[in-house]
Design a protein around this ligand. Structure first.
Ligand code: ATP
Length: 231
């Protein structure tokens, strides 16, 4: 199970170009806070930045190092360390039944059937969603889907969890559920969000603008800059 080891993410002149388009200008940065928010207008480079951390995107300049592992040359180890929940969790639930999907990531790790069943039951209980185990993923509500995606990712024990707009399209009740759940996680959490209250008590918030990191500050300060920029 992922324990709250100290975050250690280093961007060493890391940047990303797609052909002639610069999605992220090279930046130097160390992240060690337990809660990090990423904010900014559409297309400002937030997702590109986050995808660099688990190696889904490779830097075209410089490098990104997570707990001493280079995301380009140690990609498999980095993937095991950094869990990622995509903007649309329905796209990352692979198997039709929730508990089979949760078990999927464990099978690849060589656990036997009894260990897998125990881990699946354990993670469903941890989030109070045992009743979702036998459900069909495509029938779940947005909030239930987020909870199922959290189970599928956290069951593998990542140290760091990245969530890309986890409250997008949720009603107020499910939004509150997801916010409470995230707040209680012992894992290190990085959240990309347009839902500013979600990150307002975070240790550190990064504001991106047109591919550049323009503010790196405690939440209140970064959010104030963002509101000013967007007005
Ligand atoms: N695979 C790609 N190929 C070409 N351009 C890309 C690719 N991925 C991202 N980009 C471009 O890089 C820039 C940054 O995109 P990114 O997805 O990181 O922004 P974002 O801040 O996460 O946006 P949003 O809030 O809309 O999700 C955008 O201009 C985008 O069009």
């Amino acid at each position: 199970m992922g324990q709250a080891s100290r975050l250690d993410i280093r961007f060493d002149n890391a940047g990303v170009n797609f052909g002639t388009r610069t999605a992220l200008y090279p930046l130097n940065l160390t992240l060690q806070e337990k809660r990090v928010g990423i904010i900014g207008l559409n297309g400002s480079g937030k997702t590109t930045f986050a995808r660099l951390i688990n190696g889904l995107a490779k830097p075209t300049t410089g490098r990104v190092v997570v707990d001493g592992l280079d995301t380009a040359s140690d990609a498999a180890s980095v993937l095991g360390k950094v869990g990622y929940i995509f903007q649309s969790p329905q796209n990352q639930i692979i198997l039709p039944i929730v508990r089979d999907d949760i078990a999927f990531g464990l099978k690849a790790r060589g656990l036997d059937k009894v260990q897998i069943e125990a881990a699946v039951d354990g993670i469903l209980e941890r989030f109070g969603v045992s009743h979702l185990g036998a459900r069909r993923a495509h029938e779940l509500s947005g909030g239930e889907l987020q909870m199922a995606a959290l189970c599928s990712v956290l069951v593998t024990g990542p140290d760091i969890l990245i969530l890309d707009e986890p409250t997008n399209q949720l009603d107020l009740k499910n939004r509150a559920l997801v916010q409470r759940t995230i707040a209680a996680l012992p894992e290190n959490v990085i959240i990309i969000s347009h839902d500013l209250p979600l990150v307002e008590d975070f240790d550190r918030v990064l504001l991106f603008d047109q591919g550049r990191l323009v503010v790196d500050a405690p939440a209140a300060e970064a959010i104030a800059h963002y509101k000013e920029m967007a007005s």
